[in-house]
Write a protein that binds this ligand. Structure first.
Ligand code: MLT
Length: 257
């Protein structure tokens, strides 16, 4: 697994969404590396990491992250920041490696699993990408990733996302899409999380809307909720200043640094 590692200080792990790479976190990497050891991997099948065919489960991704931390000799508990699929992986990471967690930051994600229709749509998308490549889905994904206002005012973001998606291998996309279709439902388990948690959501997020995120924050005991106006599913890219500030305040309160 390839990872960008930068800066020094307590470990801060950034886990990207689907079908993206560590590059979605560039504004956070730049901002936090002066105070944290920032670790931003490309998950199996994405970015510069190796590809697996078949299915890559959320548990496999969590195991890969643990192996990465071991390889980097990170012993201190990490602050784990994940977006969407990065959040699905966070639940598995918490389930298997709770003692490795210092804090959780969950952006634009959900704890439940998919409906039958959702599963079927994922399997269709995996098949489409395997037959026609990521170009078959890249442009069509943008309205679900960015708010209308971001699409109009920050045209570069659409281009960056399309490039990231089109640079991803079809096999990698299909394998994680199938893994997401098979993911476990954590909605009854998140009340047991004892790690300080921050939920961040774009007010215009269509995929994981504010009410879903707010609902989770009422279940996780030691948690905070932050909604960013006018932005969509990619809140950390669309509103980096607001997201960085919310993260920074939360992390400082967690560690007194
Ligand atoms: C993501 O941003 O990671 C995706 O929206 C996750 C998903 O397809 O459920």
């Amino acid at each position: 697994m390839r990872a960008l590692v930068a800066g020094s200080g307590p470990p801060l792990l950034f886990v990207h969404g689907f079908p993206l790479s560590h590059q979605m976190w560039l504004p956070q990497i730049e901002y936090f590396q002066s105070r944290y050891t920032v670790i931003a991997p490309d998950l199996r099948g994405f970015g510069d990491s190796d590809i697996s065919n078949g299915i890559v489960t959320m548990e496999q991704h969590a195991q890969d992250l643990n192996s990465l931390l071991q390889a980097l000799k990170v012993e201190d508990p990490v602050s784990y920041c994940g977006l969407s699929m990065g959040g699905y992986i966070a639940w598995e990471f918490w389930k298997h490696f709770a003692d490795r967690l210092h804090a959780l930051i969950l952006c634009d994600t959900r704890a439940d699993s998919d409906s039958e229709e959702g599963v079927n749509n994922r399997l269709k998308m995996a098949d489409l990408v395997l037959r026609h490549g990521p170009e078959a889905i890249s442009t069509a994904m943008i309205p679900n990733l960015l708010s209308e206002s971001s699409q109009q005012k920050q045209a570069q973001l659409s281009e960056n996302l399309i490039s990231m998606i089109e640079a991803t291998s079809s096999e990698g996309i299909a394998a994680s899409q199938k893994g997401m279709a098979a993911r476990s439902d954590f909605s009854n388990q998140i009340k047991n999380i004892r790690t300080p948690t921050l939920f961040i959501v774009g007010g215009e997020d269509r995929l994981t809307p504010p009410e879903v995120m707010k609902g989770m924050s009422t279940l996780v005991p030691d948690s905070k909720y932050f909604e960013v106006r006018d932005v969509g599913h990619m809140a950390p890219m669309e509103a980096p200043a607001a997201v960085n500030q919310a993260m920074s305040e939360f992390l400082s309160a967690c560690s007194n640094i």
